[in-house]
Design a protein around this ligand. Structure first.
Ligand SMILES: [Zn+2]
Length: 170
């Protein structure tokens, strides 16, 4: 019995096109996010007044030290060094006043030295092991574009409603 010719099936061809579209979308998003992670991080360093200085790093905080205070509508940490980074991350989140940060994704000890570790705060749960945008799926990267106001401020994203539409169609 001869094998069916899948390429003659319109649905199969459409499935291949859709799959390739997602791969090309991710390739483009990875370039944008990897490039802009560094620029965004430099902007946070300027805001914190630590440009050009050897980064101060914390060696004691972990994800459990990131506290969401529902009563005061505030994220905070007891460590002043990490808290200043956390406040910058919160200020640059699109959702106000109390954004939904997935603290499980990130390691606060790396915020001052690793730009991508900061971006992981804007991603959905499940990105703990990601080391760069190449490791993330398209939906996680799109969430960074939507949740981090840097992308709308610098003109990278003109219409957030379109990003939202793509997120829900992936
Ligand atoms: Zn700390």
């Amino acid at each position: 019995m001869a094998a069916p010719n899948l390429l003659s099936d319109q649905r199969y061809r459409n499935w291949i096109r859709d799959t390739l579209s997602l791969l090309y979308l991710k390739e483009a998003l990875v370039k944008i996010v990897d490039h802009d992670a560094v620029k965004f991080h430099q902007g946070l360093q300027r805001a914190l007044g630590v440009v050009g200085a050897a980064p101060s790093t914390c060696s004691s905080c972990n994800q459990n030290d990131i506290i969401k205070d529902f009563r005061r509508h505030k994220w905070w940490m007891t460590c002043p060094l990490c808290d200043q980074w956390l406040q910058q991350i919160v200020q640059n989140h699109a959702k106000k006043p109390l954004p939904n940060l997935h603290r499980e994704n990130t390691d606060p000890q790396l915020w001052s030295t690793n730009p991508y570790e900061v971006f992981k705060c804007y991603m959905p749960y499940g990105c703990q092991q990601d080391q760069s945008a190449k490791d993330a799926d398209s939906q996680s990267i799109l969430n960074v574009l939507k949740n981090c106001v840097y992308f709308s401020k610098c003109g990278r994203i003109g219409r957030l409603d379109l990003v939202d539409e793509v997120i829900h169609s992936v």
